[in-house]
Design a binder for this molecule. Structure first.
Ligand code: FES
Length: 149
């Protein structure tokens, strides 16, 4: 049995330790906000926070999650920080097709929690693990910059 905290609630699972976290989240817990894109650690659409660090859930076997604190976009969207980021993404026109956005928002949250007033270079570094297939990076950077003000 693997136990961890998921969006603020203690949970446990008897799923195989090698199961990918993205599959556990989506299939067992029906938390479908985190998307699978590449399935290979390249695109960041599956990003979640693990112990406050942004991580690709497609690369994590759940056996490594014992005792971890995991936050997904599904839980994060209840927070005041999400409300602010949502408003700033909207104001900056940062959402196009939207597929990358859950991962981008989690990367934004991780960045701002460590560095509340990042420079543009720091913002670009903070989202460097997340790909936007619409290539709308400038608006996403603007959105994070707005949220930091
Ligand atoms: Fe996990 Fe692309 S689906 S990084």
């Amino acid at each position: 049995m693997i136990k961890f905290t998921l969006n603020g609630t203690e949970v446990e699972t008897d799923a195989p330790a090698t199961l990918r976290l993205i599959d556990l989240l989506r299939d067992e817990f029906q938390l479908i906000g985190s998307k699978e894109g590449c399935g290979d650690g390249e695109c960041g659409t599956c990003s979640v926070l693990v112990n406050t660090l942004v991580q690709n859930s497609c690369l994590i076997p759940i056996g490594a999650m014992e005792g971890a604190e995991i936050v997904t976009i599904d839980g994060f969207c209840e927070s005041e920080q999400f409300k602010l980021l949502s408003e700033c993404y909207s104001e900056a026109g940062a959402v196009q097709c939207g597929y990358c956005i859950p991962g981008m928002v989690m990367a934004s949250a991780a960045l701002l929690s460590k560095n509340p007033h990042p420079t543009e270079d720091e913002i670009r570094e903070g989202i460097s693990g997340n790909l936007c297939r619409c290539t709308g990076y400038n608006m996403i950077v603007d959105a994070i910059d707005l949220a930091a003000k």
